[in-house]
Write a protein that binds this ligand. Structure first.
Ligand code: FAD
Length: 309
């Protein structure tokens, strides 16, 4: 049935008739300077009328980065009045420190946490828990639930986490995180829709019925994407590399190719029944906005066709 639905939707000329019946969320990283904060604010204001289910702000190593996550999330809630989730990791923090951070989030009105294990600062260094900290994301979820009734999202890996001995073990780990109290998962990015469909089948077979939102990385800078993919073990298809080959000195054309590739990717996910899209925006609005528009998502939830009428 899914295949039939997929074929029908792909036979539709271009994006005609897509009703915008999707749920979207947008991920940002905390800006390092006031100028970059001003840029992010433009992005937030551009994307806000698309009425995301939530937006989220990542969390890094080091005190000042962590303060920036807090300040960015708090500002989005206060001034943009969007439901904003704060990412939180177990890295370099005791349980008491995590409690203090979580309590400050709750006080600032944050009700949604993306709970993660995190990685050590340097690439390739195996994760070592803080002696008084949480050993993994499942423990963090359980700990957060004792602090306040947060809505909690966790990470999922369509191509398995690099530390995982098998996909089965990785799916068991996801199950532990959901059993500990998480209500949804957000996936690592991937570049073939079939990767996500196969993952959905395995989750269903494992009895996981919580929503798993596909993480969409709209590719615009291929060199940067290659670095991200290498760090998290996502397969980078040769066809994608060849589509971006030769465009380094043609930024405008590269952006058009980027929009075409990302939109077609999302259309195929939509055709396969996906209705939730979590965008790794990299603090840029245009590609995510364009994809939402092509999928029929218009400001204030109006469907594309109704808008045009
Ligand atoms: P976990 O779910 O704890 O799992 C990590 C690995 O350990 C898996 O292979 C798992 O199978 C294995 N494992 C866990 N527990 C056990 C156990 N008891 N026995 C055996 N194996 C076990 N990083 C940041 O630093 N900041 C961010 O803001 C951030 N945001 C992210 C958002 C999303 C949507 C995603 C997908 C990733 C994000 N990351 C972020 C990256 C993330 O921190 C890394 O991928 C990290 O290596 C794993 O985190 P996790 O929460 O998936 O870990």
């Amino acid at each position: 049935d899914q295949l039939r639905e997929a074929r029908t939707a792909l036979d539709t000329p271009l994006f005609a008739g897509l009703p915008g019946d999707i749920r979207v969320s947008f991920e940002f990283f905390p800006p390092k300077t006031d100028a970059l904060m001003a840029q992010l604010w433009d992005v937030v204001q551009t994307l806000a009328p698309l009425q995301p289910e939530f937006v989220s702000v990542t969390y890094g190593a080091g005190g000042s980065t962590r303060d920036r996550t807090h300040d960015t999330v708090a500002r989005i809630i206060r001034e943009a009045r969007l439901p904003a989730a704060a990412h939180l990791t177990c890295v370099d923090a005791s349980k008491a420190e995590i409690r203090a951070v979580a309590e400050a989030y709750w006080e600032a009105g944050v009700r949604h946490i993306v709970a993660l294990r995190g990685d050590m600062g340097a690439p390739g260094v195996p994760f070592t828990p803080h002696p008084d900290g949480y050993a993994n994301a499942a423990e963090l979820v359980a700990g957060l639930k004792t602090i306040a009734p947060f809505d909690i999202s966790v990470a999922a890996y369509p191509e398995s986490h690099p530390d995982s001995p098998s996909q089965e073990a990785d799916i068991d780990n996801l199950k532990r995180k959901l059993d500990a109290g998480a209500s949804r998962a957000i996936s690592q990015f991937f570049f073939e829709p079939e990767t996500f469909f196969r993952f959905q089948d395995k989750l269903a077979a494992a009895g996981i019925d919580a929503p798993v939102l596909p993480g969409i990385l709209p590719v615009s800078n291929f060199a940067q994407t290659r670095k991200f993919a290498a760090a998290c073990g996502a397969a980078l298809p040769a066809w994608l590399e060849s589509l971006f080959a030769g465009l380094d000195t043609h930024p405008a054309s590269r952006q058009l190719v980027a929009a075409t590739v990302s939109a077609e990717f999302c259309r195929r996910l939509y055709a396969g029944g996906v209705r939730d899209f979590h965008f790794y925006t990299l603090n840029r609005a245009e590609l995510s906005y364009a994809i939402c528009h092509l999928l029929g998502r218009r400001p204030h939830g109006a469907a594309g066709l109704e808008n045009a009428a």
